[in-house]
Design a protein around this ligand. Structure first.
Ligand code: GLU
Length: 478
């Protein structure tokens, strides 16, 4: 296998975190840019942290984001199984090989003993006690079935140096490294072991992952070396923050892909925005389709510093994606949010108007609220200096507007607009004066998804005239 192979290796512990989605995206982009393969591996070895539907959330997120994997638990491939819980025999075999070559050892220490090794700063450093057990002592413990883990035997001297394609050359003194647990007493591997075994056996050439793994990478390199395997190239990615000091968090509803879908962002827009979190396309362009991202992506554009998630920018991008949707598609997406409307309206016209004005689907309820709710608006809305409109003027011109609109047979936006335009001339008004008055009188809202004629066309003749008359009565009574 000479070609580029990258992998996305999520742990099924809940919804898809935005940081994970970015890792998947970059790994995908790099593989596709280089005609390589993108592999999905499910890291389900931490049995305590597994969450029921999390594996389906991974599949559905990748599908929505259109990141198709070439190999994975659901599609198979030559390096399976791709579900770590199904690879336990493999890890065991290599863990034993490491024990045999003294790069690892069995540790029988109890939880109490390990807890006692925690220092004042809350850190625990294993003191290699079990490394020094004699073969007889080990035999004796095994014979009476004492539970044990397998730990990496990290050398105490020397320096481990490696080069990360984002963070450059990194050197760590081996005495800083821990004797990590490789295989737990339940026979499951830890991430610290499984990632090495699997990345090697699956032929991964470039490991994309969060920078939280940077500090343990020397441990992994020592394992590659001990097993006689080539170390892959590393691409560690900077953190994504909510602001300068805080990471994205579940509590703020800004950590997961699903959170943003729920807020009415389109998957394409989220993905496009996520691509820009920590990667600079080195051009003015910010809007990229997935294919364009494949074309433009380059590891040299990945930044070392944290990226701040800016929801305002995501909104801006999302608005562009929304406007570009074919009307029918927009209508399908918007329709569930129209369900509560009880007034008969022209839904196609509604979609066309709403599509042009919103930046997220979740803006819909507010912008359509006037359709069913009209009563009790403030007459101050008629006062507008710019439009040279006032409640007094509204009282004067509404009777003529009602009469003009009553005469319209073909109740369409064009016919309505023409009638209002004609009336403006007759009454010697400015167009914007009459349009402001009619729009307020028919909606009772300052901001609406369209102008006067569009609003009348939308809610129909009967409802429009009824509202105009009601507004006139209120004005007269004030
Ligand atoms: N299972 C790890 C996680 O979800 C993957 C890290 C990696 O990509 O190697 O954080």
């Amino acid at each position: 296998m000479n070609s580029i192979r990258t992998r996305f290796a999520p742990s099924p512990t809940g919804f898809m975190h935005i940081g994970n989605l970015r890792t998947a995206l970059y790994a995908y982009l790099f593989a596709k840019k280089n005609q390589g393969q993108f592999i999905l591996r499910i890291e389900d070895t931490d049995q305590e942290r597994l969450v029921g539907d999390a594996v389906s959330a991974i599949y559905s997120t990748l599908k929505l984001a259109n990141l198709r994997h070439d190999e994975g638990p659901d599609v198979g491939g030559p390096c399976g199984p791709y579900m770590q819980s199904e690879r336990r025999d493999i890890y065991k075999k290599y863990a034993m090989a490491l024990v045999d070559s003294s790069h690892a050892y069995r540790c029988f220490c109890t939880k109490e003993r390990l807890d006692a090794l925690v220092d004042g700063t809350g850190n625990r450093r294993y003191d290699k006690r079990c490394l020094h057990l004699s073969p007889e002592e080990v035999e004796e413990k095994l014979a009476r079935g004492a539970p044990y883990v397998i730990r990496q035997n990290v050398p105490q001297e020397g320096i481990t140096t490696f080069s990360d394609l984002v963070y450059g050359e990194i050197s760590i003194e081996n005495r800083e490294l821990h004797d990590n647990v490789l295989l737990k007493s339940d026979g499951f591997p830890t991430y610290n072991f499984a990632n090495v075994v699997d990345d090697h056996l699956m032929g991964i050439t470039h490991v994309f992952r969060g920078m939280e793994y940077l500090s343990s990478t020397p441990n992994y390199n020592l394992l590659y070396e001990a097993l006689g395997w080539a170390v892959p190239l590393y691409v560690h990615l900077p953190h994504i923050m909510r602001d300068k000091r805080h990471k994205l968090s579940k509590r703020h509803g800004d950590a997961n892909f699903e959170d943003f879908l729920g807020k009415g962002f389109l998957p394409e827009a989220i993905l496009n925005y996520v691509a820009l979190l920590g990667w600079n396309p080195k051009s003015e362009v910010e809007k990229f389709s997935l294919d364009e991202l494949v074309e433009a992506f380059d590891i040299s554009g990945i930044s070392k510093s944290s990226a701040v998630f800016d929801e305002v920018k995501l909104r801006w991008l999302n608005a562009q994606y929304i406007k570009e949707l074919p009307l029918q598609r927009f209508h399908e997406l918007a329709a569930p949010r129209y369900r509560a409307i009880s007034t008969p309206v022209d839904f196609n016209l509604l979609s066309a108007l709403v599509q042009a004005r919103i930046s997220a689907l979740s803006d819909i309820p507010e912008i359509i609220e006037f359709i069913d709710s009209f009563e009790g608006y403030s007459l101050e809305l008629f006062e507008n200096k710019n439009a040279k409109s006032s409640a007094q003027l509204a009282k004067e011109v509404l009777p003529a507007a009602i009469a003009a609109l009553e005469g319209i047979e073909n109740w369409s936006n064009d016919a309505l607009f023409a009638a209002l335009e004609q009336l403006t001339a007759q009454l010697d008004l400015k167009k914007k004066q009459l349009l402001w008055i009619v729009r307020i009188a028919v909606t009772g809202r300052l901001s609406t998804p369209g102008g006067a004629s569009e609003m009348c066309a939308l809610i129909g003749k009967e409802q429009s005239l009824c509202r105009l008359k009601q507004s006139l009565c209120t004005l007269c009574a004030a």
